[in-house]
Design a protein around this ligand. Structure first.
Ligand code: G6P
Length: 488
């Protein structure tokens, strides 16, 4: 209802690189996968509620088989409520724009994980060209001259201006799902001015936290000639007004009946599958296999915990679900190799008989499968070295309708700004991680319930519809202000 009021019948177009559904060929036929992406998790819930068109890169090997002549397919499969419009990229485009500029350049530029960004002119050229191709797709899909265009993430920094030039009356809401660094760090990007100018084609520019909003304002102030109004949090550039705000992203709160298996059933089944005793203690981690997620530090914390509390050896297992990601890049291949060798070292050191302290499941899991692990575990560990929000933390909380379980959460996630009842740690401090894990495992039921209850209330109230609703509301207000200003 919140969204419908804000939208008042407007046409909605979403642009993201990652598509919400991927069609892949398997020996059993075409299978539909939901990708591991916080962005997709959040935006998909919004699109289901308001319909419209979602423009994204068609990445699956059966994606072309299921679309109409215009690249469109109704989704979600089975109960369609909006349209997915796929854009096909050539190998060169994908390499330069996605792997190169977005993931070897912008991703390490914006995350403090001490991986050096790589900037190549050839990648930049593809990034510009692909942003233009998606802007063309927006214009082609738009049925009205003033649609609401929701632009997602660091893959499309140039697109807001490109769309603005061709649809001047559009409401363009750009959300940056990853952190924004301080101005000095951002300054190493050779195309910093172009990126900022592109983004300032937006009506609204959203970040997860006030800190990242602040960093962005400082960056603009340093590298562009603009007029910044601190109080209103607006930037005026080339006669266009952009409001810059923080909007913490969230999830759709699950319906009560969405949890199919009871917590005791999940606990028993997962332990059976892993060959563990019914009272065996379980920790869970769920991430893409990405160097920003603090997976090595997490395993080191597990190791230190077993060292300090030898009674936990043989009694505790940590299950890591790690979805393969961007795996053709050197940095990701090296990272995977380091993760695997650390797991092996710890398992050799503390494992015996059939017992493995760490179980690494480095493959894609659908949400339902992940949810069973959330419900089966004593502790969930989110130890990102840097993360815009991190929706795994919120999903874990949503999964625990039994009000049990403990969340260990890195202070360098956006989620830590909201989830004060988690066990907040600095992931670089291995002893702290080890102690928090142990404390989570030993936490009295009453304390678990108290912490869970307060976090569950927060995530339920500040859900993803609120996130989208606030942006739409601010956009409407800003457009009103622009109309008034243009008359005087
Ligand atoms: C992060 C980014 C998203 C991206 C996701 C998965 O959450 O902010 O834009 O979709 O990672 O990464 P991938 O490269 O597989 O889409």
């Amino acid at each position: 209802a919140l969204l419908h009021n804000e939208l008042a019948g407007d046409e909605v177009l979403v642009v993201s690189n990652r598509e919400p559904y991927i069609h892949v060929k398997t020996p059993e036929g075409v299978e539909v996968r939901r990708p591991a992406s916080g962005l997709v998790t959040a935006v998909e819930a919004v699109m289901r509620a308001c319909s419209g068109t979602w423009i994204a890169h068609g990445a699956g090997n059966a994606d072309r088989d299921v679309v109409d002549a215009h690249g469109r397919v109704p989704v979600p499969p089975g109960h369609s409520s909006y349209t997915l419009r796929r854009v096909w990229l050539s190998k060169e485009e994908e390499q330069g724009y996605y792997y190169g500029f977005a993931n070897e350049g912008m991703w390490p530029l914006c995350h403090i994980a001490h991986v050096r960004p790589i900037f190549r002119s050839s990648d930049w050229e593809q990034y510009v060209a692909v942003n233009r191709r998606f802007a063309d797709a927006v214009v082609a899909e738009a049925r009205t001259e003033d649609p609401v265009v929701l632009v997602q993430d660091y893959h499309f920094a140039l697109l807001p201006r490109m769309v603005r030039e061709r649809l001047p009356r559009a409401t363009i809401i750009t959300f940056w799902h990853i952190p924004w660094p301080n101005s000095e760090s951002f300054g190493i990007c050779p195309w910093r001015a172009e990126i900022l100018e592109g983004m300032l084609g937006s009506t609204i520019l959203g970040f997860h936290t006030p800190l990242h909003r602040r960093n962005f304002m400082d960056t603009v102030d340093r590298y562009l000639e603009t007029r910044i109004e601190e109080e209103a949090s607006t930037i005026s550039y080339g006669g266009k007004l952009t409001q810059v705000q923080s909007y913490p992203i969230s999830i759709a709160w699950p319906e009560a009946e969405a949890q199919t298996d009871s917590v005791p059933a999940c606990r028993a089944a997962i332990r059976r599958e892993l060959g563990l005793a019914p009272d065996h203690l379980l920790g869970i981690g769920v991430d893409r296999l990405d160097y920003t997620k603090g997976i090595l530090e997490r395993f080191q914390a597990v190791e230190r915990m077993l060292e300090r509390y030898p009674e936990m050896v043989g009694r505790f297992t940590f299950v890591q679900i790690a979805a393969p990601s961007r795996s053709s890049l050197d940095e990701y291949q090296n990272f995977e190799a380091r993760v695997r060798s650390l797991v092996q070292r710890i398992n050799v050191r503390f494992g015996s008989g059939g017992y493995l302290p760490i179980v690494l499941k480095a493959e894609h899991h659908e949400h339902e499968a992940v949810n069973r692990y959330y419900r089966a575990a004593e502790v969930c560990m989110v130890t990102s070295l840097h993360d815009g929000m991190n929706l795994v933390a919120k999903e874990f909380i949503a999964a625990r309708d039994d009000e049990r379980g403990a969340l260990v959460l890195s202070q360098f996630t956006g989620a830590a700004m909201e989830l004060h009842a988690a066990l907040i740690i600095n992931p670089y401090h291995i002893e702290q991680g080890a102690e928090a894990l142990y404390r989570g495992l030993m936490m009295p039921a009453a304390e678990q319930a108290e912490r869970m209850r307060s976090m569950r209330m927060l995530v339920r109230d500040f859900n993803v519809y609120r996130w989208a609703g606030r942006m739409l509301h601010d956009a409407a207000r800003l457009r009103q202000r622009e109309r008034v200003m243009s008359k005087i």
